[in-house]
Ligand binder design. Structure first.
Ligand code: HEC
Length: 221
């Protein structure tokens, strides 16, 4: 009994002494011929028959392969026997470790892909935000020119899903120094020009109110 335990202990030490990268390297070489049936990532059902082996625990794969090598089982088991008969225990250990690592490898690849996408989204969002800010600045300038007041103030500026700039505006009267009430406005880009429609210009009309509500007001709740 003591002898058995010792040899298990030594075996464990030996197998851990080998670096993981070397195990994976050897395993990968052996796996090249397995990949024909099991898929390069170990995720194909070999001959439509086997379970997916990529990412399964190494011990389980090792045990299965040894069973095939010992040569019991079905016709398909015999096919497997032909493929593993020449493998040593050391080979089997390495290839099992490699197959088991395939899941982690694809997980790492998936994680990297996700990170890439997240970065791309973040960048796009930043660009969109900058574009919106510059658009709003342009609209403010346009309205500023239109109104010809020393001081203009804006409230709740935003760009609606149809790319219209929405908001409220009030301007200071030069003579009195007093501000008007906030008035609704909406601005559409047409041929690179900002076409501003404002409550101010058309008077308080139900038509303008309706248009403004549909374009802007409903988003402000
Ligand atoms: C010619 C195609 C073929 C090749 C090459 C092949 N296998 Fe298989 N493998 C099979 C088939 C078919 C089965 C399912 C056998 C059965 O029904 O038991 C299988 C089953 C397995 C299983 C058990 C999966 C389960 O269903 O639980 C493992 C592990 C495995 N193979 C490992 C390997 C390794 C390692 C190699 C390379 C050294 C290899 N195979 C090469 C066809 C192949």
């Amino acid at each position: 009994m003591f002898k058995v335990l010792t040899s298990i202990f030594i075996f464990t030490m030996l197998s851990h002494a080998k670096s993981n990268t070397e195990t994976i390297k050897i395993g990968k070489e052996i796996f090249a011929k397995c990949a024909v049936c099991h898929g390069a990532d170990g995720r194909k059902k070999a001959l439509g028959k086997s379970e997916i082996i990529g990412g399964r625990p190494a011990e389980e794969i090792e045990r299965k392969v040894k069973e095939y090598k010992a040569g019991t089982g079905s016709l398909y088991g015999k096919i497997m026997k032909g493929n593993v008969i020449s493998l040593s225990d050391y080979d089997i250990r390495n290839v099992a470790e490699y197959i088991s690592s395939l899941d982690k490898q694809s997980e790492a690849a998936i994680r990297m892909e996700r990170e890439k996408i997240a970065t791309r989204i973040e960048r796009t969002e930043k660009i969109e935000k900058a574009k919106k800010a510059s658009r709003i600045k342009r609209v403010k300038k346009t309205i500023g020119k239109m109104i010809n007041s020393d001081k203009i103030e804006y409230k709740h500026l935003f760009i609606n899903p149809d790319d219209a700039v929405c908001g409220y505006i009030r301007a200071m009267n030069r003579d009195t120094g007093l501000f008007s009430n906030y008035k609704k406005f909406v601005s559409y880009p047409i041929d690179g020009e900002e076409i501003v429609s404002a409550e101010d210009r058309y008077g308080k009309s139900p038509m303008f109110d309706d248009m403004w509500y549909k374009a802007c007001g409903k988003y402000l709740n």
